[in-house]
Write a protein that binds this ligand. Structure first.
Ligand SMILES: [Zn+2]
Length: 261
């Protein structure tokens, strides 16, 4: 049994929450961390956690690569956090922009704005002792790591982690988690990362409704993919799948301070 530590349950594909969770359970996925990206998706995450309090937990976030989001949108999220911080298990997804900077002449300005916004959000995480789910791929990872340390944040996960091996090592040595998606089944870069990172520092996620390739091509994406990710980690670690699932679930419970169901 496993927890999907990063899923966008606000997607219309998951409009039938009971059916989504039932399907997940048939794949040994008993819990879902519902992340948000702005005030509207955050409200969805809160509603899902309210509707299924034993299997869905909400994080409130502000997506760093959604360049259309304004400072007023950030004010709305800060206000949501002020009201709901005791009902949520984390801040996420938040982080630094990366994909949206590609080909932009004002990339440096956007990155500076992203860092200022992340600083504001991490101050709130620190105030309410919330763990942080980071979107900080590739060249954004180092800056996000610096930000975590600057704010004294002790609990965080680099979601769908992608970074050079030495950066990953620094993240893991600092005590943070890195999270793995279904890409680990068919992408060498992810497989090499899993081989290097101790099981104690890994989490699994679907990032659904993201669509994957390989054996997932054409399949409906959902939290149910998380158990397949765990199974692949077990293969790479050459450990029994049940042990690895238990270990990964324990990691998720530790990060998000969940009570084991
Ligand atoms: Zn996501």
């Amino acid at each position: 049994m496993i927890i999907d530590t990063h899923c966008h349950l606000d997607d219309p594909a998951f409009a039938d929450l009971r059916e989504t969770l039932r399907t997940a359970l048939t794949h040994d996925v008993w819990g879902v961390i519902a992340v948000g990206c702005d005030a509207e998706t955050n409200a969805h995450a809160l509603a899902a956690a309210g509707a299924a309090p034993k299997s869905v937990w909400a994080c409130l976030g502000f997506h760093p690569d959604w360049t259309q989001l304004t400072d007023e949108d950030l004010d709305l999220v800060a206000a949501q956090l002020a009201v709901h911080h005791s009902r949520i298990v984390g801040l996420g997804e938040v982080g630094l922009p990366w994909y949206s900077l590609e080909g932009r002449a004002d990339a440096a300005t956007l990155m500076a704005r992203g860092r200022a916004r992340l600083d504001r959000l991490l101050r709130l995480a620190s105030r309410w002792d919330l763990p942080v789910a980071l979107h900080a791929p590739h060249g954004a990872a180092v800056g996000a790591l610096e930000a975590l340390k600057a704010h004294g944040i002790e609990r965080a996960v680099f979601h769908w982690h992608k970074a050079p091996p030495e950066v990953t090592r620094t993240i893991v040595e600092a005590g943070y988690y890195v999270s793995v998606t279904p890409e680990v089944v068919y992408r060498e870069r992810d497989r090499e990362m899993v081989a290097r990172v101790p099981l104690d520092s890994l989490l699994v996620e679907s990032d659904a409704p993201w669509k994957y390739g390989g054996e997932f091509e054409g399949l409906p994406s959902g939290p149910w993919f998380a158990s397949r990710v765990a199974e692949e980690i077990a293969k790479l670690k050459q450990m029994p799948a049940d042990d690895v699932m238990h270990h990964l679930s324990t990691n998720a419970c530790r990060l998000f301070d969940l009570v084991w169901a």
